[in-house]
Design a protein around this ligand. Structure first.
Ligand code: NAP
Length: 245
């Protein structure tokens, strides 16, 4: 059976590393992005140069119509989806709750929670009649730490993803769909600069038992294992990939 995967936020960071590894493991890859077309095109071109199949798909995961259109497009072009990775996610600047605006909190919840739920809904609708599929969410170690004075809105959004993973896994288990989450620790990507903390990796490295931050490819390996038949009895799992933290 042809393996076909959609990766939200597949253009950069953890999503991009997952797209490249998935292609190397024989998946045709839908690379979703929101703004940065050039980054998505680079990942697609790299996959094609290596003999794989990939397309770039522009959609804001917090926009319901754009999500529905993206799922229709990916299946029209690549074929029936067998896997979904929800990697699209955002942080914002470090501050205590008392300084957060409703607009900021809403954006974090819209992208990280609503976006993951909408994409999972569209995937389940398509996978359930085929009685086969695998979904991986990207949560965060922040769901356990709560990220006080940094971004407790973000941490809470990832707590929602943990609970959503557990619930959805039970809801669709009899449909032949497995649902799991990976909880990365501190991973060296551009997300930290987007939250106004480009030097965050140097600041947090002392908190990691292994004494180093992680690389996006190390998260991708866990994701691909969860997606694969090697994880055939694993569903509803929250897998920490965080250097012992
Ligand atoms: P990143 O390097 O900033 O990449 C974010 C990706 O998400 C980009 O492809 C971006 O596309 C896309 N994206 C953002 N908002 C979107 C939207 N509304 N709709 C569609 N795509 C959107 O981030 P990352 O570090 O790889 O993080 C990936 C996931 O891992 C996130 O869920 C994050 O919370 C989680 N995580 C990261 C870390 C870490 O330390 N890096 C730790 C724990 C968990 P554009 O470039 O087009 O905007």
């Amino acid at each position: 059976m042809k393996k076909i995967i959609l990766i939200t936020g597949g253009s950069r960071g953890i999503g991009a590393a997952t797209a490249l590894l998935a292609a190397a493991e024989g998946y045709a890859v839908g690379v979703n992005y929101r703004n940065n077309r050039a980054a998505a095109d680079t990942i697609v071109a790299t996959i094609r140069q290596n003999g794989g199949e990939a397309i770039a798909l522009k959609a804001d995961v917090s926009n319901e119509q754009e999500v529905v259109d993206m799922f229709e497009q990916v299946e029209q072009i690549l074929g029936p989806l067998t896997a979904l990775v929800n990697s699209a996610g955002v942080v914002d600047r470090h501050m205590p709750l008392t300084e957060m605006t409703a607009g900021r909190i809403r954006r974090i919840l819209d992208v990280n929670v609503l976006g993951t739920m909408l994409c999972s809904r569209e995937a389940v609708k398509r996978m359930a009649p085929r009685r086969s599929g695998s979904i991986v969410h990207i949560s965060s170690g922040a769901s356990k730490s709560g990220s006080p004075f940094e971004y407790i809105d973000y941490a809470a959004s990832k707590g929602a993803i943990d609970t959503f993973t557990i619930g959805l896994a039970k809801e669709v288990a009899k449909d032949g769909i497995r649902v799991n989450a990976v909880r990365p620790g501190f991973i060296d990507t551009e997300i930290h600069a987007s939250g106004g903390a480009p030097d965050r990796m140097e600041k947090v490295v002392g908190m990691v038992p292994m004494g180093r931050v992680g690389q996006a490819g190390e998260i991708a390996e866990a994701i691909l294992w969860l997606l694969s038949e090697k994880a055939s009895y694993t569903s509803g799992a929250l897998v920490d990939v965080a250097g012992g933290r």
